[in-house]
Structure formats: C-alpha cells, structure tokens
Ligand binder design. Sequence first.
Ligand SMILES: *Cc1c(COP(=O)(O)O)cnc(C)c1O
Length: 461
Amino acid sequence: MSHSLLRQLPSVSQLLESQTGQALMTKFGQSLTTEAVRQVINQLREQILKSENGTRPDVSPEATLDKITAFLHQTTSPTLFPVINATGVVIHTNLGRATLSPAAQQAVQKAAAGYSNLEFDVPTGKRGSRSLHAQSLLQQVTGAQAAHVVNNTASAVLLMLSALCQGREVIISRGQLVEIGGGFRVPDVMKQSGVKLVEVGTTNRTHLRDYEQAINENTAAILVAHHSNFKIVGFTTEPSLQELSRLAHQHDIPLLYDQGSGCLIDTTPFGLEAEPTVQAGVLAGCDLLAFSGDKLLGGPQAGIMVGRSDLVEACRKHPLARAVRPDKLCLAALSATLLHFLKEEALREIPVWRMISMPLETVETRAQNWLSQCQTASFSASIIDGVSTVGGGTLPGTTIPTRLLALNTERVDDFATQLRLHPARVISRIQDDQILLDPRTVLPEQDQHLIKALLQVDNPA
Ligand SMILES: *Cc1c(COP(=O)(O)O)cnc(C)c1O
C-alpha cells in the first residue's frame, strides 16, 4: 500500500514545471526552489514509509506545492525580526537596546539609499574624513575639544588603551574590575590592548593615596570604569573624578574614563538616581571618555570617544582605528540623534527618553485602554502597580514606577510562549504567576498588534 502511495508522489520536474512551481522560481530563484522541492518530496517519502498503517500524507501536486511554498517562505524569512518589548526594560540589550527617533530612521534610510559624502569633501572634490560627521555635534553636546566614533564602547576602550598606553602601566581601582555583560570584562580588554594592569585599593574602598602610591615613571594613565550594571553599597569610597584628574595632571598622565552609558541629561527629574553625565566627566577634567551610542544616548550602536584633541588624534591614527570604524548608517543615525540634544528636544523625539520621562498618568491611560479591549478574553486581566527599569547596564537598582496590565491564566508559561511566537512577537514578563505587560516600552503604534496577539493567543481560531 505504501508503495502505491510512493508511486503517486509528484516528480521534481512535474512540480517545477507547474504554474505554481514557475511562480516560485521567479520569486525565490531556481536553486532555492529546486532544493525546496527535493526536500519536501523527501519528507513526504519518509512520512509514507513511517506511517505504514497510520495517517497518510496528501501527495497531490496541489498539497505538495503548498508545502513547498511554506518551506520557501520559512527558509527565506529573516532571522532578525521586530519584536514588541512589553518587558518594561527601556534599554534591553537582548532586544536591540535603543530604538531610533523618526529623524534618525530617516537619516539611515537616506544614507542607505544612495551615495554620500562619507569620505569626500564636496567643495574641494578631494578625499574627506569619515570621522568628521558627528564630530562637531559631539563637541557641542559634550563640551569636549575633540571626538572620534568607533563601532562600540568595547572597541573604544581597546583603541584608547592601545593607542595611548601600550606596553606601559594603567592604574585602575579593584572596585572597577568589572564585567559589563556580553563578555566585556575590563581586565580582559586591558590585557588585550597590551597594557600592564596595576590594581589599587580593595573592592569596596579605594583612596586617592592608593592611586598616588602606584604612579611611577612607567605609568601611562589612570583608568576609571563606570560600575554601570552593579552597585557597591555600604562602607565604600572612591575618589571623585576631580580628585583623580588633579592627581593625574600633577604627574603629567591622562585620566581615561569608560563612562559607558552616554548619559547627556540629568536623570533625577524622572525619579531616578543621578547617572553620571558625559558633560560632568569632561568638566571634571577627564582627558578622554568612552561611551555607547545605543544606551542613554538613544542612538545607534556606536562607541564614542571625546576629549583632548591630541589624545583623540592619536587614537584616530592608530592602525586599530581602521578595524573598528563605524559605517555610514551608524554615523547618519548618530548625527540625527545628537541634533535632538542640541535642539533640546530629546525628551520628545528620542524614544529612550520619551519612555523614561513618560508620566505615570500616560502609562495608566494606555494600560486602561489595553484592559478595555480585553473584555472579551477568557483570561482575567487587571491593572497593577509595578516598576520599569532603564536597563542597558545603567542605573542599577533604580526603577521607575509604572502601571502594568496583569493577566491571570491557567497556563502562564505556555501563554507567554504563544505571545512570543505570535506574528506580533510580544515579549512579556512573568512574575508571581502572572503575565505582566508594561506600556512604557511598547511603542504607541504597536498597541493594536499587542491587543490582537493577546486575543488570538487566548482564543486560537
Ligand atoms: C555598556 C558598557 C560598555 C560596553 O559598551 P558596548 O557599546 O556595548 O561595547 C563598556 N563600559 C561600560 C562602563 C558600559 O556601561
């Protein structure tokens, strides 16, 4: 019996020559389509052989072509796709950190769509500098003398240590020998750049005199690394940036600062603790600072270096600079994002800041709106108090009060999985056997998709 079914399997050429087969070839190309046809036929053959008396697969040409179409759509769909971030973590590294402002998105689109003056000086018709594009904006926004952009902060730190300190000693507090996440360990990066790490102080307390005693003729710099994703509380001390810069300058060495977050705005008006700002680091006398473009700056992935012109120039000229240079899409998005700070419209235009500064009433209104659209659902939903977090290794331990849509269902884990797998790709949070959805991090234009996902997962057709 299985043999007769095997004989009914359509042939590769029959499927490829059919009207649907031809259309698939036009759409997906000959090679992918032929491969898909072979694979689907093989799958059917195996099914027939396995299911001696069981359910028999439909081997009609129509059904087989449907399978081939589905196979092709599946194998050619991008592995990187949009998701809805309902977790309440604003800068979620696993979900791509900052989302770009409309202006930054348009800048990317323009830079992507055609040629540009990336390294071309239009007035003279000669070669220009890629490094120029975000430079003046960064100088204006941070107050630093000079700026250079690379592809992330890890490479910015690697570059600055390689260019300025190779083969010499760099002093760092034991309290700052941290792992930032995603495998960025300050001590490893230091070793990689060929500097000798000189650890001073203890995990919780490092004094100015500890640094002072470690300085010798082979010292290249003092490095300060922002703790970022953790907090040492209790009996702790660390000298201020001002004190360290005074000490460094007395000994004629630079103070390097891995600032990390790229915060340019005072965070305290939003009920958050004070995140150190880049401008404060510059004012305190840091000679070179490094920070990310896609954390509190709210732009694309980038590593930004700002500081003294001679140091920035040394980094720019180092051979590694070429290996870690940013692409034109990054520079386009970064410039557009920086302009928002200059125009003092960051809170309104930059999604990260719009989310952080979103008033509780606005969050409440959106949660109420979601709730009212879930009246027909079989789960019971309510609105509860909760907290959002900034994330991205910034402001550890501080939270923003929020209002959450809480779903009570029998099958919390399964429901959360179904939400993730739904075409809207809703990423939620599970806490106390409830599914929690935070409107703060959901883009307003995603509200309808989120509701649709909730109702469809609740009531699969
Ligand atoms: C986030 C962070 C980094 C790593 O930044 P990337 O841009 O992800 O490479 C390094 N140092 C500090 C202090 C950070 O906060």
